[in-house]
Design a protein around this ligand. Structure first.
Ligand code: NAD
Length: 377
């Protein structure tokens, strides 16, 4: 058990609780619990170096708030939290084991009175690391389920919904995925599975990966899938662009070149900044907020690992939630005259903190040059 004298509770306004502990000599860990309005907080554990401790704290606070939003938009009975272990992520062997064991004790200490915070693997930590921490706490998730196929399912469901919702504006009323051209950037754990779902649904799939082998393997497995070179992605015209590689792929360098109708993928922080979201929307491109499109992974932890539901029910729940949240976001965007990357934050605030509804009429559509906001059947 961790020595209570080593733990300090930091006073951070608007955060439920923030704890700091030197878990082993020279290694600080911070656990930030942002909000538990909807339930115990869930958020992974990062292992990384920072320039100073204040940077580590800022990161933990920012990420824990992000988890409140992410878990709320996924409609899960979970609040938001995050933990960081401040050390060289390359640390290995016995030293790594003792850090993770101590981290497990710290998590157990934080939960000593009530269940308030559950963690999971995150940047620079692995499922194996979490098994080590789990020796000393039951407050670890994500050790039994591979979330990536469910993330892909959530992206697939989001693309289907967006195509359907904007069928009149963008596709002459054709609501099906069948025949739509869809460009996937990144064929890793998520992109490859998404490729399969889209291919099976009859889409015309185009793929791109910096590793030629990954792109070739997809083209071999799914005959007819086209490959584009990574530096030619933004020269392509496609109905849907699905970024599944890395963040900030939509930025000031390529915004003028974009010839997509919908952007919907798994990568976190796809837009360079929120102003880019406004520019995207002004061009008549529908952006599906990343943290709706990629919610399937965190949902799979709740439904499969915590609730022990079946694969089939898990997928049904993910699809239903994605449809609900995208619908709320699109409508909020129209009502408040906001780009969808900003509208989604209003939706979350209302879900978590019950902000009053306002302005129910549709406002003008200066920033969104579409004519129809009709809900699909
Ligand atoms: P991954 O590391 O398995 O795959 C990423 C793929 O993108 C790799 O094949 C890589 O070669 C490729 N890539 C990198 N840069 C590229 C570029 N410039 N152009 C083309 N290809 C490029 O990652 P993943 O688990 O498939 O996740 C994909 C994205 O989705 C990541 O941004 C991740 O943070 C996010 N995400 C993943 C999950 C999940 O469940 N795995 C959940 C939420 C969000």
């Amino acid at each position: 058990m961790i020595d209570s004298n080593k733990v300090s509770r930091l006073n951070v306004p608007r955060w439920e609780a923030v704890y700091r502990c030197e878990i082993v000599p020279g290694v600080i860990s911070i656990i930030a619990i942002h909000d538990v309005t909807r339930g115990r907080a869930l958020g992974g554990c990062r292992m990384t170096m920072y320039e100073n401790e204040s940077q580590a704290l800022t990161d933990a606070l920012r990420l824990s708030r992000g988890m409140t939003f992410k878990n709320a938009i996924a409609d899960l009975p979970l609040g938001g939290g995050k933990s960081v272990i401040v050390c060289d992520p390359k640390v290995a062997g016995k030293e790594r084991e003792s850090i993770l064991e101590a981290f497990g004790h710290f998590v157990a200490w934080v939960n000593r009175k009530h269940d308030v915070y559950y963690t999971a693997e995150d940047m620079n930590t692995t499922v194996a690391d979490m098994h080590v921490a789990k020796r000393h706490t039951k407050h670890i998730f994500g050790t039994d389920v591979d979330p990536s196929p469910y993330t892909a399912w959530g992206v697939f469901s989001s693309i289907k919904y967006a195509v359907d919702y904007f069928a009149i504006d963008l596709f002459d009323g054709h609501r099906d995925i069948d025949g739509k051209s869809i460009l996937i950037q990144g064929l890793g754990k998520v992109g490859r599975k998404l490729c399969q779902y889209l291919y099976e649904a009859g889409a015309k799939v185009i793929v791109s990966d910096i590793h030629e082998d990954s792109a070739n393997a997809a083209a071999q497995q799914f005959p007819g899938v086209e490959i584009v070179k990574p530096d030619e992605v933004f020269k392509i015209e496609a109905d849907v662009f699905a970024p599944c590689a890395r963040g900030e792929v939509i930025n000031h360098n390529n915004i003028d070149d974009l010839r997509f109708k919908i952007i919907c993928g798994a990568a976190n922080n796809q837009l360079e900044n929120s102003k880019i979201g406004l520019l995207v929307q002004s061009k008549g491109i529908v952006y599906c907020p990343d943290y709706i499109a990629n919610m399937g992974g965190v949902c799979s932890i709740q439904y499969l690992e915590i609730d022990q539901l079946s694969d089939e029910v898990t997928k049904e729940n993910i699809e239903r939630t994605v449809r609900k949240m995208l619908g709320l976001t699109f409508r909020a965007g129209f009502r408040k005259n906001l780009p969808f990357n900003e509208a989604v934050d209003h939706v979350v605030k209302q879900i978590v903190w019950g902000k009053p509804k306002e302005n129910h009429g549709f406002s003008n559509q200066i920033i969104f040059p579409f004519t129809s906001t009709a809900e699909p059947a």
